[in-house]
Design a protein around this ligand. Structure first.
Ligand SMILES: NC(=O)c1ccc[n+]([C@@H]2O[C@H](COP(=O)([O-])OP(=O)(O)OC[C@H]3O[C@@H](n4cnc5c(N)ncnc54)[C@H](O)[C@@H]3O)[C@@H](O)[C@H]2O)c1
Length: 479
């Protein structure tokens, strides 16, 4: 017998989320009742729910209060408007069901505030399902400041019984996934503002990090207006200028070019699929018999035809070493430190290598304005697929990943979520092959800190201010 047999669940709101949530609970054996704004929309929602998959036993209620009266769990997935949710909670409370657990699927509203409005904050929590709930395994459980620990515990058990994975998050704007991904989107948009084409940004992120979709393609898919709304929430709630929206996105939203559904956003969908545009900017390696020798502060291999100097920084000692190598032969710097735009010797190349062998992928700096020719000899010799990028601090991949890691550490530092849950959330909620803190462990805190400080110096923007937890970790790893 299913672990959820006997559990009575009411779901309010039969949009895509409510329908999906109703289906997963019913499929797991719970007795599910659904309700929408009125009888007609409830009937329409029920019909749609039945069409979306195998027919399933789900009852309809005449109204919200009726649905709440005999339920153990009430999940609200109605429109994302505070006033609408408040009036819904009034109707739930009118049922007088003291043992009811009330879960909101809100993406942005405060659980504490909803709990207070309900009249019994100990019974209210967030159960944030991902779209589509039938496929996505992750559920963020949001604990309001006054939510009862036993209520959180029961919600975790129900999520497990659905065959899904719960992560725990404090009542903080954007929760885990949407918060940690803020810089992924901000930096991608800023790169476009600074002259890098959207398909180049997306191809670099997919190629180097193994993400299934590029961040700009994903923004278009979600809708730029939705992203802009959550940026405004983050800026208002945190009061930190690093969350401020990117002006280009605001312009696109005002022009009605809000993404894929509108036919145009960062991509123009009349011109083909983002995937095709991204494939077109990738360069496949040519045959080469050249041998590469690696040098740098912590590497040194045998002689070769060309030398790759690998470094996280563009410090005096790096500049000296590269100058010396350039006097002796062909040298290519492997780095994302922005200082190289000014200190790369004439004739030297600049790349950032990710992965090796068959998975070899490289960003190759190709910047006419800065007078930097693409070092295709190196990527050919290494057999790496590559994408040309501009000479900007952090290039593309490190710029995005270092800021994402910094955001993840900020979340951990402030106690919003634990490191393990942050990684799990990004793996399951975004399909990232590795969580940001796993990435940090692999890369090293000192490298990420050097990257952020380089960007802070290069851009002069508080977006790149390192979290104190990162500074402390880097110091700890040195001692
Ligand atoms: N769409 C997503 O990707 C996503 C992901 C996670 C969470 N969420 C959140 O889930 C909730 C629902 O999202 P959606 O995209 O399914 O919404 P939607 O706007 O498509 O659908 C909302 C449904 O609620 C109904 N409704 C409105 N007022 C109601 C009331 N007073 N009582 C009962 N029903 C009412 C509407 O008729 C509609 O059917 C929102 O809070 C949203 O922020 C959405």
């Amino acid at each position: 017998m299913s672990e959820l047999a006997g559990l009575r669940v009411a779901v309010a709101g039969l949009g895509p989320m409510g329908r999906g949530i109703a289906r997963v609970f019913a499929e797991a054996g719970a007795a599910v009742t659904v309700v929408d704004a009125d009888e007609e929309t409830t009937a329409r929602g029920q019909a749609k729910l039945q069409e979306e998959g195998p027919p399933i036993k789900v009852d309809t209620a005449a109204g919200v209060t009726d649905a709440a009266r005999d339920a153990d769990l009430f999940v609200e997935a109605i429109v994302e408007r505070f006033e609408a949710k408040l009036s819904l909670l009034d109707q739930v409370r009118a049922a007088g069901n003291a043992g009811l657990v009330v879960a909101s699927n809100t993406s942005s509203l405060s659980i504490g505030e909803l709990g207070k409005a309900y009249g019994d904050p100990s019974r209210v929590l967030g159960m944030h399902f991902f779209n589509p709930p039938t496929k996505m395994r992750l559920v963020e459980i949001i604990r309001g400041a006054r939510t009862d620990a036993a209520v959180v515990g029961r919600a975790r058990e129900w999520v497990a019984a659905l065959g899904k994975t719960a992560v725990l998050c404090a009542d903080s704007p954007n929760f885990i996934v949407n918060r940690v991904c803020r810089p992924l989107y901000y930096e991608s948009q800023l790169l476009v503002t600074q002259g890098v084409a959207p398909q180049v940004v997306d191809a670099a992120i997919k190629g180097a990090l193994g993400h299934r979709m590029g961040p700009l393609e994903l923004l278009d898919f979600t809708g730029l207006h939705t992203h802009l709304g959550s940026s405004e929430t983050a800026l208002r709630e945190f009061g930190d200028p690093r969350y401020r929206p990117i002006p280009l996105t605001r312009q696109l939203v005002r022009a009605g070019t809000t993404g894929r559904a509108a036919g145009r956003g960062y991509y123009d969908y009349s011109q083909g699929k983002p995937r095709e545009a991204q494939a077109a900017v990738l360069r496949q390696p040519s045959e080469s018999s050249a041998r590469v020798r690696f040098a740098g502060s912590d590497v040194s291999t045998e002689d070769g035809d060309l030398t790759v100097y690998r470094t996280n920084t563009c410090a005096e000692k790096d500049i000296e070493a590269v100058r010396e190598l350039a006097r002796r032969g062909r040298v290519v710097v492997d780095s994302s430190a922005g200082g190289w735009v000014e200190h790369l010797p004439a004739g030297a190349g600049w790349v950032r290598l990710h992965g090796t062998g068959e998975n070899g992928f490289a960003e190759v700096v190709s910047d006419e304005v800065a007078g930097i020719e693409p070092a295709y000899d190196v990527v050919d010799a290494l057999g790496a697929v590559s994408v040309p990028v501009l000479a900007l601090p952090g290039l593309v991949v490190d710029r995005v990943m270092h800021t994402v890691v910094n955001e993840a550490l900020t979340l951990v530092e402030e106690g919003t979520a634990e490191a393990g849950d942050v990684d799990l959330a990004l793996r399951l909620g975004m399909n990232h092959p590795a969580g940001p803190l796993e990435y940090l462990d692999r890369t090293g805190a000192a490298a990420v800190l050097a990257g952020l400080r380089g960007m802070l110096a290069g851009f002069g923007d508080p977006r790149y201010r390192p979290a104190q937890l990162l500074v402390r970790r880097a110091a700890g790893s040195r001692r």
